[in-house]
Design a protein around this ligand. Structure first.
Ligand SMILES: [Zn+2]
Length: 187
């Protein structure tokens, strides 16, 4: 019996020398090129992007000395709940990032009751806009209501109190938006 020196890769179906089935110092079932491709693909999966998003959020929270209780499970849960969709646009995203409803600069915390998961590109558009302004402009009328209700429900508080946390400086804008959303008065 002779030992085969060539093997067919079950993925790309190419016949290659055995040493081409070594990758990262292990013998693999697929050829090196295929394993490398799969590796890149695995790293690009939403799960891994959630890890990155968490890391980014933690780093920023530390910079602001903000309370930080956010876990990867929180992100997994929220992302699963939304069916992998961006909370602002409702579109599927493979580039999720953590968006803080109340920004760190305004006393927001890095915790499940202060975040939604949005597409990375959406988060970049926001910059330093105050939350109400941004929600009103970007997420639109009904989406804004949904997001505020979602955050209020997560905290077990009412709609109005989520708004109260927004900074004084944006009170005027908040009140206008609040009236629009509720048809009621805010003072
Ligand atoms: Zn292959």
């Amino acid at each position: 019996m002779t030992t085969p020196t060539i093997k067919q890769c079950p993925r790309c179906h190419e016949e290659k020398p055995l040493d081409q089935f070594m990758y990262a110092e292990k013998v693999r079932s697929y050829c090196r090129d295929c394993e490398r491709q799969l590796d890149r693909w695995r790293k690009g999966r939403p799960e891994n992007r959630l890890r990155t998003a968490l890391k980014d959020a933690r780093r920023t929270a530390a910079k602001y000395d903000a309370p930080d209780t956010l876990t990867l499970d929180d992100l997994r849960y929220l992302f699963t709940l939304s069916g992998g969709r961006c909370a602002y646009t409702g579109k599927f995203t493979d580039k999720p990032s953590v968006e803080h409803i109340i920004p760190f600069s305004q006393g927001g915390t890095n915790s499940v009751d202060n975040i939604v998961i949005v597409d990375t590109t959406v988060n970049k558009v926001k910059n330093d806009e105050v939350p109400a302004e941004f929600l009103d402009r970007f997420a639109g009328f009904y989406m804004t209501r949904d997001i505020i209700e979602l955050v209020a429900a997560r905290r077990g508080v009412d709609f109005a109190s989520v708004y109260e946390e927004f900074d004084e400086a944006q009170r005027e804008h908040n009140n206008a938006l609040y009236r629009k959303l509720t048809g009621g008065d805010a003072d």
